[in-house]
Write a protein that binds this ligand. Structure first.
Ligand code: ATP
Ligand code: MG
Length: 551
């Protein structure tokens, strides 16, 4: 697809293939279906599918659905949709819950080997016994239960004889290991909850640290790519694969997660924004979710190019979110038709234009791509322009309309402001102008020059439209708000959405959901998929035309 920027994981895979360690690689993208995917997940998707594609391997989409309380089929469906929309096709679709029986059997095997035991300590007690980085842990009083007793208790856990939290199954590894993850981690817990896939079949569920390596091994995954916070879990990952006698040996590799300025990225926080009504759903155009970016108007091409560009490294940096904007501009520059829209309308009457007359003017659909052809736009005696394209008492260097000044109407004529009409409060409500028929655009008029060009929409045929302009949802750029005891909710920008009612060209009557346009001077906009009726068109601003950001 796109260029494959070099990264250390790709280099490892390349070497594994060159040395014959693997002839086919298998990667996986393993989301937990407890929320919608976000741009951080896109980085993982692009990496996992990208390297498999490049080296002729396979990628599984696997739902890591081992925590029934938080998971839902709604999330499963949205994740599938988002991965496809990003342009990727999984080779297999798997659910961790399909392996519950096998995982259970592997846990039994650990018990039989004397490598797992049922513990009656509470969660708090387990934490207390675990010790700290400087102190070794101490063994649970239940650590030396016999294999028979453990097998019996584990069977009874499965059969539902105990309540939530009454017992857990722990791996028996090393209570004094310098790696706290190896101090007898919990590998099964009791949870009497209905699972979206297995219903009420199970009341014990494997913990992530036990389940994940088994899932990878069962599927024959060769390179299990995850984010940096799992680095300390790698010894446990390897322990599970080895001691559960798994045939295949996946290897875990960690990379830095993506963080963006002015954004929160964890599903837990995004869920909070949705549930507490700060945004209008997971797909609110201000959200960093894939569905939000899609509704805002970002394209899969732009998101993929962004993910390639940021690359993959061993550290998690913070990327300027304007970099993502840059890639959508680059993508839409040649694709999006140009059009004119007036966001804050001011009526202009062209007094010397014949009443009742309308003419059609030619306008390029995209001057950078002449093959896209021309569109025709009506012009008549009444038009709308932007309120801020007129000033009654302009400062110097203001080249747009003011009394006595002449400007060019894009694709049309020069007009000159002759008279300003105000309401009883002194607000400007209409301008009277004259036009010069000699100055028609495209006729090569060279008689005189004007400094300003403004856009407009013919008033009688204009279509009413709503424009939604966005500012970052999260205000400052501190990343460690929790350490400071401050909730990220205090950083939610109260002015992240501005709604304007204006007008668009009449040829916008047949736009479809997700159509994208470059509005002259206003930037790129997307037709909101939830509002496509011609009597209530909504355009979401994707990005402005220019940004201060330089790559
Ligand atoms: P969150 O903290 O947002 O809930 P998660 O890591 O719990 O994210 P999962 O559904 O478990 O979400 O993630 C699926 C995959 O996506 C994992 O391999 C994870 O490492 C990766 N991933 C999640 N967030 C990011 C991120 N910000 N940058 C890169 N990869 C990410
Ligand atoms: Mg998670």
């Amino acid at each position: 697809m796109e260029h494959h920027s070099s990264n250390f994981i790709r280099n490892i895979i390349k070497e594994d293939i060159e040395t014959g360690k693997h002839d086919k690689i298998i990667t996986r993208f393993p989301p937990e279906p407890n929320g919608y995917l976000h741009i951080g997940h896109a980085k993982s998707i692009v990496l996992n599918f990208g390297v498999a594609d490049e080296f002729g391997g396979k990628t599984n989409l696997r739902f890591d659905d081992t925590n029934p309380l938080k998971e839902d089929i709604e999330f499963v469906n949205s994740i599938k949709e988002d991965v496809k929309w990003l342009g990727y096709d999984w080779d297999n679709l798997f659910f961790a819950s399909d392996y519950f029986e096998e995982m259970y059997n592997r846990a039994v095997l650990l018990i039989e080997k004397g490598l797992a035991y049922v513990d009656d300590l509470s969660g708090d007690e387990i934490r207390e016994y675990r010790g700290t980085l400087t102190e070794p842990g101490k063994p649970s009083p239940y650590r030396d239960r016999t294999i028979e007793e453990n097998l019996d208790l584990f069977t009874r856990m499965r059969n539902g004889e105990f309540g939530n939290g009454e017992k857990v199954l722990r791996a028996k590894i090393d209570m004094s290991s310098p790696n706290i993850n190896l101090r007898d981690p919990v590998i099964y817990r009791i949870s009497h909850a209905t699972h979206h896939n297995t219903g009420d079949k199970w009341c014990i569920y494997p913990m992530y640290a036990f389940a994940h390596p088994l899932e990878d091994a069962i599927e024959g995954v060769t390179h299990s790519i995850c984010t940096l916070e799992f680095e300390d879990q790698r010894p446990l990952y390897d322990w599970v694969v080895e001691n559960c006698n798994m045939e295949s040996t996946p290897r875990q590799y960690e990379f830095g997660r993506l963080n963006l300025t002015n954004t929160v990225m964890s599903k837990r926080k995004l869920k909070q924004l949705v549930e507490e009504g700060y945004v209008d759903g997971w797909d609110d155009p201000r959200m960093p979710t894939i569905s939000g970016l899609r509704r805002r108007g970002f394209t899969p091409e732009a998101i993929r190019a962004f993910c390639q560009e940021i690359g993959v490294s061993k550290t998690s940096g913070v990327v300027d979110s304007r970099m993502l904007d840059h890639f959508v501009r680059e993508d839409l520059k040649l694709k999006a038709p140009r059009t004119m829209g007036v966001l804050r309308p001011l009526k202009v009457v062209i007094t010397n234009y014949p009443e009742g007359q309308t003419e059609m003017l030619d306008a390029e659909i995209n001057p950078e791509v002449p093959e896209m052809g021309i569109r025709q736009i009506p012009f008549s005696r009444e038009i709308y322009i932007e309120q801020d394209d007129f000033m009654e008492n302009p400062p110097s260097k203001y080249f747009r309309l003011f009394p006595g000044n002449e400007v060019r109407l894009k694709h049309a004529y020069f007009i000159k402001c002759e008279e300003v009409i105000k309401d009883e409060n002194g607000n400007v409500i209409e301008l009277r102008c004259t036009y010069d028929p000699e100055t028609k655009s495209g006729t090569g008029f060279t008689g005189r020059k004007v400094k300003g060009t403004i856009h407009w929409v013919e008033a009688t045929q204009a279509i009413q439209a709503e424009f939604r302009l966005y500012q970052p949802l999260i205000l400052d750029e501190e990343m460690n708000e929790e350490e400071e005891g401050k909730s990220f909710l205090e950083r939610v920008n109260p002015n992240s959405l501005e709604i304007l009612k204006g007008f668009v060209e009449p040829n916008m009557a047949d736009v479809k959901a997700q159509d994208k346009f470059q509005f002259f001077r206003h930037g790129y906009f997307n037709v909101d998929p939830k509002h496509t009726a011609t009597d209530h068109l909504v355009f979401n601003q994707i990005v402005e035309l220019k940004s201060s950001f330089r790559m």
